[in-house]
Write a protein that binds this ligand. Sequence first.
Ligand code: SF4
Length: 511
Amino acid sequence: NSLTIVNKLKEEIERQGLSDEVNVITTGCFGLCALGPIMVVYPEGSFYSMVKVEDIPEIVEEHLLKGRIVTRLLYQETVEEDTVKSLNKTAFYAKQKRVALRNCGVIDPEKIDDYIAQDGYAALGKVLTEMTPDQVIQTILDSGLRGRGGAGFPTGLKWKFAAANDADQKYVCCNADEGDPGAFMDRSVLEGDPHCLIEAMAIAGYAIGASQGRVYVRAEYPIAVKRLQIAIDQAREYGLLGEDIFGTGFNFDMELRLGAGAFVCGEETALMTSIEGKRGEPRPRPPFPAVKGLYQKPTILNNVETYANIAQIILKGPEWFASMGTEKSKGTKVFALGGKINHTGLVEIPMGTTLREVVFEIGGGIPNGKKFKAAQTGGPSGGCIPTEHLDIEIDYDNLLAIGSMMGSGGLIVMDEDNCMVDVAKFFLEFTVDESCGKCTPCRIGTKRLLEMLEKITKGQGSLEMLDEMEELCHYIKANSLCGLGQTAPNPVLSTLRYFRDEYIAHVVDKK
Ligand code: SF4
């Protein structure tokens, strides 16, 4: 495994007498999971993939000692002639733009000095010494940044609402309870660049007048939890969290809270209720968290990827951020590519990149020469996008218009062998399991919907049942209390819309 490779590498470097010249940095995820373990040698940037322990002596002797790149181990798929086969010339990276993931795979996430060397905490210094809270909020508003957790609400507006409410205590929260099947965007940021989250939350605290932060993180992410705690401790040690930060009189500190595996706790009001130590159930809004959130105090909640953009917006300016993306969706978006695709992994693309580019260029196409059938975005809340929409420019509004949604960034590719009714059933089983049961449309409605789907896949359905399912979907969407129920029917609705023939085949052929 990777740890054995790292140990072997250090051992060989020492054996060859290179310890004073070569520095080994263990980083977070590079994104190209399908080709791991990955090793990049600088200054050339040579990108070795699928490295094995037995390759290490050769890499050390040939490359590090004699300066000769080991071409047989290089990742060969580059978009232009490039003798060192560097990372950003690969087909996987060439069309990506790394903003939220800028430090993942670059720095050692357990060393605050590595983060500082990449301009880390410079944005916090800038806002505390050169900007008023209103100017910070205006900068985020001008950038056009929208929440990356799914709903796409303008981040600056959320901050503005919370700043406008006076209170003796306010809170800045982070939703790191990533629960969509197949999604690991937030996990990679937490594991690869935890300080960017701390810095952004402190900036948000300054902007809205909060001195306390809480990160609600999945307990199933032990490495993320460990690295985040190390980062918090280091930030305190360096005076970047705590009292009188940068000698400006600004106080801000934060703590972790571990989630216990309930998907519904990703919903903002359920998340805050869970942090308070109560059963994690959503509550009606209004009041919105900006008015009454955690412990009934004004609170903002953003997800990890949203925060990962903040420091760069402050340092490079809102115009820089707004220059990327489409008219109403600015910046970049991270997706976890999975399913029937060659380059499974984590990608960050400018908004407006087409689905075709993501699947066939960045993702390397479909394995075994199979045909593309659909891509599912938005996890259990999203929908399936068929071939006819492969040229859609990915942004919040375009995805909604075709019956899917951005969601937090899961992107699962299906080929010609996938049964789309099974795909809808898979996601619905998930939401039925995860429904908290508080309201009837979701608790009972999704269960009845699943029973109909099961009948159809067992050859016991009827054509009338398809219309009944559609009607029930709209009822559940319109009457559920929270986002989980309101979006749970989406996978069924979108597959009924684009792949109705597959439902009909189950009904007519009785299989
Ligand atoms: Fe709970 Fe579902 Fe109602 Fe949300 S919609 S409150 S998850 S029962």
